[in-house]
Write a protein of this length. Structure first.
Length: 123
């Protein structure tokens, strides 16, 4: 397993978690704006003598609020393994030679990064 594949598979979980949370926050914000709009419309209609339109607007605003709460709680319900647990489970499946090759590749990558920095700083 190459180093870049190892890093990619290790970071895939946290990146997807952040993506799910961002989508949930966007949905919650949109639903919160909708709830605010309909609750304000319900408050406006409450001043009118008829009760029917107020109840319908309050139900619509309540449903938007419920959508916002569910969207905020959904990422917390689908937690995955941590990055450390995923990396440990992947390295358990590797043979000894693959582990040494991964370490050697990491060392070579570190050397090439420092060599490129030294070449840039000497110019």
């Amino acid at each position: 397993m190459a180093l870049n594949q190892f890093i990619d598979s290790t970071l895939n979980g946290p990146i997807s978690t952040v993506r799910r949370q961002a989508i949930g926050i966007v949905i919650a914000a949109a639903a919160g704006i909708g709830a605010l709009f309909y609750f304000l419309a319900a408050a406006n209609l409450a001043l009118e003598p008829m009760v029917g339109p107020v109840a319908s607007r309050a139900i619509i605003g309540g449903s938007f609020l419920l959508i916002a709460i569910i969207a905020l709680l959904m990422p917390r319900m689908f937690r995955s393994k941590s990055m450390i647990e995923r990396a440990q489970s992947e390295t358990k499946d590797m043979t000894r030679d693959q582990k040494f090759a991964l370490i050697a590749e990491a060392i070579l990558a570190g050397f090439s990064l420092t060599a490129s920095r030294q070449a840039k700083s000497s110019k």
